[in-house]
Design a protein around this ligand. Sequence first.
Ligand code: MTE
Length: 300
Amino acid sequence: MAHRWKNTLTDNDVTPERVFLNRRQIIGAAAAGLALSGLGGRAQAETLEPTGWDDITSYNNYYEFGTGKGDPATNAHKLTVEPWNVRIDGLVDRPGDYAFEDILNKMTIEERLYRLRCVEAWSMVVPWNGFELADLLAMVVVQGGAKYVAFETALRPDEMPGVHRPVIEWPYVEGLRLDEAMHPLTIMATGIYGRDIPNQNGAPLRLVVPWKYGFKSIKSVVRITLTDTMPPTTWNKSNAREYGFYSNVNPQVDHPRWSQASERVVGTGLFARRQPTLMFNGYGEDVAGLYAGMDLAKHF
Ligand code: MTE
């Protein structure tokens, strides 16, 4: 089935899997390399060369498993992802606890591949598998009064060592405006590079919104609530001055502590190529209409 958005990306654009899985080591090596000269920097990078899938996913942001970049890799195996239920409630005609397997079966679609640009401080193109959030919302029948969608991550103190410390307010929560949630570029990802998502990356089901910064991608979702009021989001609650509700990729609006005008490209070597960050991460043609007439410096 064709995508309902313009896709110009091909396999050639995809960030190599090895680079994706090890991007934070590579990023770390690049940062360390800046302090070293020539050979020293290269030698440093070589010692950090990845060796395979087991080695992967050693650097993630998933605070439920600890705030250290290596903590999720060490601890995320404790997360039981089978069975998995997602509660869908609020302003819907068919609220309920849906088994993950049933959700997958009801999405009457063959597995779709989404090659999407993603940007944190670095940009990359990631091949996700999954389904459109809009299809899931259609299944539960959204009521007329709904304006927003709230998301919640599992909170399991027995399995998640990080939640014993109040580094953020638990559970991790996120939100989208309903029209953003219904956009065909907004997906619930279940796979990555043709495999199931590893626990540390948000198994079995995580949000991906490619025109927004990476922290909007809430992992291991257990609850989706349709509401008429703007829901709280974890990073906005912890630092409202730095993180707004929308968090759209926007080169014109700097984060209070750094410029967001350009980005480094993952996998382009120790002294990585910088490229100008594109409005809405390059998806402006598809999504700019959602924000027509809004002051995006105010609604960041
Ligand atoms: N979701 C939960 N539940 N907990 C988290 O700590 N971190 C966010 C986001 N989703 C986070 C989360 C942040 S800050 C980022 S950058 C991305 O996940 C990182 O996803 P990745 O590890 O797959 O790259």
